[in-house]
Design a protein around this ligand. Structure first.
Ligand SMILES: Nc1ncnc2c1ncn2[C@@H]1O[C@H](COP(=O)(O)OP(=O)(O)O)[C@@H](O)[C@H]1O
Ligand SMILES: N[C@@H](CCOP(=O)(O)O)C(=O)O
Length: 336
């Protein structure tokens, strides 16, 4: 922890955090990318804890002190040596929960960054990354939400290291989000305890090739390099239509198709402005419909930046607004 004393420096802090997609196929628990889909977390010191949830995605999220955002914020205060036991928390998430788009990682990063900013940023970004990895266990998700762009990470159970780079230009992402929940825990429970040496070599080589292809803009290699034998084959039975979509998306204009995180969302990467984007979307919807699965499709882009932070005093206009409105107003001010 840096040496300056932690003290409350704002009446309210609002943070906007990008979603993430983990694994990118063969890079299990290692490769991640931030996406242009967001969650917002707001924290204010208060006389009694109150948790307000905005939007349609947070049904069932606890509104007492067992809330993830409250718990993570307290972990920051404890480490910083300050006491703020009661918090007014507001959360909005456009990231659907338990769909493989890193909603829990975004909530953890939002809480870490907001709590740290509220007490004058005593913890370094690396300390936040280490805390987030220890909490979420997936440095690829939390790294992408914290740093934006593409993250290559490794965690040995004690320390996580990462390298971040910008995603290749000219890549769009079609997210096919099945309308059922699949918890990460359930999708990890179907994984085998051991793998053959051949499959291990397959994944190491494909993950390395994929990293180099993404770093050097070789979009033509994505379809080959994004193949995986470590988790996708075992998870496919949980997601009707996945096998067909992964094997045939290339014939409908996709550069490549992968399971996003632990699923059930599938990501189809395309060249920006591709003429076959409508055909691809129709193919995904048709395939899922044939399996009796409702799916929502959404065109996203890689997100280049990590959290945006806004510190407010009670006197500022809009102080009581919902968190997404506060950041939207700040973005409008700077013309973002
Ligand atoms: N904004 C939030 N506030 C509190 N808890 C959250 C929030 N977002 C996600 N979570 C928690 O994370 C869980 C989803 O995590 P997980 O199963 O790993 O799926 P995902 O792929 O969406 O990260 C939710 O069921 C909820 O308990
Ligand atoms: N590497 C993890 C990623 C889980 O990501 P999520 O977005 O589904 O929570 C895994 O594949 O289990």
């Amino acid at each position: 922890m840096s040496q300056h004393k932690a003290t409350i420096i704002a009446d309210r802090v609002v943070v906007k955090v990008p979603a993430s997609t983990a694994n990118l196929g063969p890079g299990f628990d290692s490769l991640g990318m931030a996406l242009s889909l967001f969650a917002w977390v707001s924290l204010s010191p208060s006389s009694a804890t109150r948790i307000t949830l905005h939007g349609d995605n947070l049904d069932g999220v606890p509104q007492d002190k067992s809330n993830l955002v409250y718990e993570v914020a307290q972990a920051v205060f404890e480490r910083a040596g300050v006491s703020i036991p009661e918090l007014d928390i507001a959360i909005r998430s456009d990231i659907p929960l338990t769909r493989g788009l890193g909603s829990s990682a975004a909530a953890i990063i939002g809480a870490l960054v907001a709590a740290n900013a509220l007490v004058g940023d005593p913890l370094s970004k690396d300390e936040l990354f280490q805390m987030a990895t220890a909490l979420e266990k997936h440095p690829d998700n939390v790294g992408a939400s914290l740093f934006g762009g593409i993250i290559v990470s490794a965690w040995d159970g004690t320390r996580a290291e990462y390298v971040r780079f910008d995603p290749p230009e000219g890549m769009d992402v079609l997210a096919a989000i099945p309308q059922f929940e699949l918890s990460t825990k359930k999708a990890r429970n179907v994984l085998p305890e051991s793998l053959s040496f051949t499959d291990a070599v397959f994944n190491v080589s494909h993950s390395s090739l994929l990293t180099a292809a993404l770093a050097s803009g070789r979009l033509d290699l994505l379809r080959f390099a994004m193949r995986d034998r470590l988790h996708q084959p075992y998870r496919a039975p949980l997601i009707p239509g996945m096998e067909t979509i992964l094997s045939e998306a290339g014939d409908h204009g996709a550069l490549a198709a992968v399971l996003s995180g632990a699923g059930p969302t599938l990501l189809l990467l395309t060249e920006s402005g591709s003429e076959s984007s409508q055909e691809l979307e129709d193919f995904v919807k048709r395939t899922m419909k044939n399996e009796g699965i409702d799916v929502v499709t959404s065109w996203l882009a890689p997100c280049l930046h990590g959290p945006q932070v806004r510190c407010l005093s009670k006197q500022q206009p809009g102080f009581d607004d919902a968190p997404h409105h506060i950041i939207k107003a700040a973005e409008a001010e700077v013309g973002a």
